[in-house]
Design a protein around this ligand. Structure first.
Ligand code: XBP
Ligand code: MG
Length: 261
């Protein structure tokens, strides 16, 4: 029926707008709880998003904005404590449904599952965050549809390294031409392309809209819905005015046809 067998979704920024009011708020709550006068504004957090992984992001912040801190002892321990605290805050927020899925996500997941398209997650975030987000904001049965949830520290190198997508392909026992990746950020694009996933949809958000998506097959402002057409920022949208299984099939065929000698 379709020329692809699996959809591989990123989480933060793709399934839901988790960063500005989710993760950023959780980081700030952790800083306050541990007695630090750090506060990540929306603008500062935009700069910090250049680094994926919450622990890595804290370390980047310390190195750039709190250079005197490492002299006061166990920095690794402090980062670990802060991140555990931050994750607890994020789980409380997302687990109670505080972070809704983006428009079209439930529709696309349901239709893909019904059509026998295999589903997987490739994310930098902590695995528990994925479970809490989907249980809190969607049909918890989605978790049973996801064959693979590859998340966080399960790989040695986080996005933009390709490790997490290579792991998902291995776990699915599929090749890159069998799959479509859905991302939101330049780091995610580089990770997917690095794993050979040419068939790559990017649904931008406020934080990522102006990033470089060179190599992505299609860039839109979201998945849209029937009666809620998407804006196309890069590439060609065929077969529909929003992202559905047929539009993804047209994108997939074009992505792999263009690459042929
Ligand atoms: C986004 C990330 C994550 C989150 C924070 O992941 O880089 O680090 O910002 O989550 P993706 P953690 O876009 O790949 O879903 O603090 O758990 O890392
Ligand atoms: Mg993302």
């Amino acid at each position: 029926m379709y020329g692809y067998e699996a959809l591989i979704f990123d989480v933060d920024g793709t399934l839901a707008d988790t960063e500005r009011d989710g993760h950023r708020s959780a980081f700030n709550a952790a800083f306050a709880e541990l007695g630090l006068d750090w506060a990540w504004s929306e603008d500062l957090y935009y700069e910090l998003l250049a680094v994926t992984g919450g622990k890595e992001r804290i370390r980047y912040y310390v190195e750039r904005w709190q250079p005197a801190l490492p002299q006061v002892g166990d920095l690794d321990g402090l980062i670990a404590d802060l991140h555990r605290c931050k994750t607890r805050h994020f789980l409380e927020m997302s687990g109670r449904g505080g972070i809704p899925l983006r428009p079209g996500v439930m529709r696309l997941l349901r239709h893909a599952h019904a059509a026998g398209i295999r589903l997987a997650i490739a994310t930098t975030t902590t695995p528990e965050n994925v479970t809490a987000l989907l249980e809190g904001s969607a049909d918890a049965q989605i978790l049973s549809w996801l064959e693979v949830i590859a998340a966080g520290d399960i790989v040695p190198a986080k996005k933009p390294a390709p490790d997490i997508y290579n792991l998902v392909l291995k776990e699915l026992a599929l090749q890159a031409p069998d799959c479509i990746a859905v991302e939101d950020s330049a780091n995610g694009v580089r990770s997917a392309l690095g794993a050979g996933l040419r068939s790559l949809l990017v649904t931008v958000n406020d934080y990522t809209r102006n990033e470089d998506f060179t190599g992505a097959a299609l860039v839109t402002d979201g998945l849209g819905d029937p009666g809620r057409p998407v804006s196309v920022l890069q590439g060609v949208l065929e077969g529909s005015d929003h992202i559905d299984l047929a539009a993804l099939d047209a994108m997939h065929r074009r992505a792999w046809a263009e690459g042929e000698p």
